[in-house]
Every structure is written in structure tokens, then in C-alpha cells.
Design a protein around this ligand. Sequence first.
Ligand SMILES: [Zn+2]
Length: 252
Amino acid sequence: MKNHSHFRTLNLSMLITFLVFALGISHSMAGIRYKTPPLKKTIQVLMVGGGASHDFDRWYKGTDVEILTRDGFANVRYTDNTDSIKIYLKEVDVLYLTNNQPIKDVGNRKAIMDFVNSGKGLVLGHAALWYNWEDWPEYNLLLASGGSRGHEKYGLFDIYVENKKHPVMKGVPKKFTLKDELYYFKVDPAGNGVEVLALAMTKESVGFPSIFVVNHPNSRIVGITLGHDGESHNLEVYRQLLRNAISWTAKQ
Ligand SMILES: [Zn+2]
């Protein structure tokens, strides 16, 4: 009986230890929860990647898809086959373009324009904010309202938030530093215009729009020039920004 009681006491102390441990774990997990408002529904996303100079499979198809699908936030279809865009667009709320390869097919280009003109959301990440399209000027003019033709050598720079109140910047600190390519993004005054949410700059450089909203008449469009490799995709602040951008463009 004495032994039995001792055993029970031991069990109780083990249980308490376990509970403290489990609560500690869940507390630390809660710490990395994304500050996303309650979802009305799971957001349907088509992510388009592929092309040179970047590990699309690892950082976009892998990491970004994992970030966006966590907690049932989004369903994401990733493709690096640009000819399949128009087929998948029918089912999605947000198109997330990150591709560093041309979308050559006229039907797919038209499908993107129709999608955006119908009021659906668009997020343009990193390589998709380049001037890649000699024969498709409408892309940069109407969707990005500008573009990049160069970038600073890969390295450390700072991001300064200009509009902390915008929903895309929710949970993002006023300033953060990362290793990436500082895109020389220039706004085309002939385009729809942008609202700059954050500027990228080194100690030497002037500020370039790094996170911004394009003033499209029908659609919500967000540009994020960051995302060259794991130095951005693995940052909590980048992950928060991406989820914010998808949520806001989906009008959630
Ligand atoms: Zn890059």
C-alpha cells in the first residue's frame, strides 16, 4: 500500500513535469503563430515559379508553400509550367507570380490580365518584379507599375517601413535587416502608380520601393521585391509579409 501510494505520488509529479513541459512547448509554438485574422475561408492560391538563378523548388515550391498552407490558411498549387496558368486560374483567389522565365503564350497573358481585371488578387515576388518582358510592356505598366533593371550585389541591407498601418505590414517591425538582392525598383509614372509600404536601402544607397501596393482600379496587387534565397524565405518577418499579402489581396 505504501509502495502503491509512493508510485502514485511519483506518477503525479511526472504528470506535472509533463504538463509544465507540454505547456512550455505549446507556449513557444504559440510564439511563432502568424498574426492572421480569423479566416473566412481557405484562400486558393496559384504560385508560378521557375527559371534561372534561383532555387524555386526549395524556396518557393518548398518553403513558401509550407508557410502558406500552415493552419489551413491557403491551398497552394505551384507550377513552373507557365502554359498551365490559364487552366488553374479558374479556381483561385490569388495569383502569386515569382517566375524568372517568360510567359510567352498570348492566351496565358490574357488570362492573367482578365483575372486581375475581374478583381482577383495578385502578388508579385522578387524575380516577377524585373523588366523581363520586351514584348509584353503591359505587364510592368499595368500590373507592377514599374520594375527593376538591376540590383545591388547580394548582401545585407535594411528595410524601413513607411506605412505601418497597412494590413500588409501587420506584425512587421518598423525596421529589419536581411541578406538579399536590393532591387532597383523604379515606379513607371505612366502606370497605375504605387503606394510604398517599405523602402530598401543600404547606408550608401537611396531608398527603393521594396514592399508596395499597386493602385490598380479593380484588383489588389502587392509587390515584394525580396526573396532571392533562404536568407529571406526563412525569416519570420518575410513569412508574415507573405501571408499578409496573400490575405489582403484575397480580400480576407
Ligand atoms: Zn534573385
